[in-house]
Design a protein around this ligand. Structure first.
Ligand SMILES: C[S@@+](CC[C@H](N)C(=O)[O-])C[C@H]1O[C@@H](n2cnc3c(N)ncnc32)[C@H](O)[C@@H]1O
Length: 252
């Protein structure tokens, strides 16, 4: 597919900042639902000022880290387990933000940072891999200054499912979707620690639609239209699935 067609398929007025980036670059770095759109949605509620130190936890190919550095002038520690930091450094240098984005290889439970080092913590499409344990927030939140914000966004149903797999999604269900949780679940999961005050816990508006738009474009571009995840989103038809966004600030 040529870039003009990809551009047409990915036009989305909800994300004007993301529209300034090459769609080919976005697709080349894809590891899940569009990470720039999600970063832009987080930034609606996470205050980001030039010079702030931001942890992008589970950054994958660091597209969101590059985006946050360019858009908000923040300094980002692009931290990931599966993607080699050398690979992310290459992308960071190509994007000309090597003074602002630092690729780090680390496991989410063994972070090489000082407590209170960051002005904000963000995590896109990743927190559910390591953060559903009741005790994880107590570890993670210590890296942000008291009063500062933590923002995450990842797939989740609008409400918790009563039955697993949910009957209408059974043909597509993978066992690890059990880590997909609703905004209300996340709110309680964080609030019960007493360590943070949750400011926003919602299903990102239009996120089902955006997710499907993204998958359809990526699938077509790869020459494999309507792959299984897109089929699942179509079967759900916006009934349950979307992206759960949670934003809180550290209280203690
Ligand atoms: C689906 S990818 C999303 C990547 C990127 N944030 C995005 O939106 O495209 C999930 C990322 O979480 C990271 N991850 C999963 N488990 C992790 C862990 N235990 N510690 C650190 N990173 C982890 C992986 O390395 C992977 O890059």
């Amino acid at each position: 597919m040529d870039d003009a067609e990809l551009e047409r398929l990915l036009r989305n007025e909800r994300y004007p900042r993301s529209a300034g980036y090459s769609v080919r670059w976005m697709v080349d770095g894809a590891m899940g639902p569009n990470t720039l759109w999600q970063a832009e949605a987080l930034a609606e509620h996470v205050s980001l000022e030039p010079g702030m130190r931001v942890l992008d936890m589970g950054c994958g190919t660091a597209s969101s880290s590059i985006f946050l550095a360019k858009e908000f002038g923040v300094e980002v520690w692009a931290t990931d387990l599966w993607v080699r930091p050398e690979e992310n450094l290459r992308r960071v240098i190509e994007a000309e933000v090597e003074a602002q984005v630092h690729p780090i290889h680390a496991e989410a439970h063994a972070l090489p940072y000082a407590e209170n080092f960051f002005d904000a913590l963000v995590s896109i499409g990743a927190y559910h891999y390591f953060g559903t344990d009741d005790l994880y927030l107590g570890y993670f939140s210590r890296f942000v200054k008291p009063g500062s914000q933590i923002g995450i966004v990842q797939p989740g149903p609008v409400e918790e499912y009563e039955v697993f797999p949910p009957p209408h999604l059974e043909p597509y269900w993978k066992w690890d979707f059990c880590a997909w949780h609703s905004p209300t679940w996340w709110r309680r999961h964080w609030e019960k620690t007493g360590l943070v005050a949750v400011e926003v816990a919602d299903q990102l508006p239009h996120s089902w639609h955006d997710w499907l738009q993204w998958n359809d474009a990526c699938d077509l571009d790869a020459g494999t239209p309507n792959r299984e995840e897109a089929q699942m989103l179509r079967a759900d038809n916006g009934r349950t699935l979307g992206l759960s966004r949670v934003i809180a600030h550290r209280t203690s």
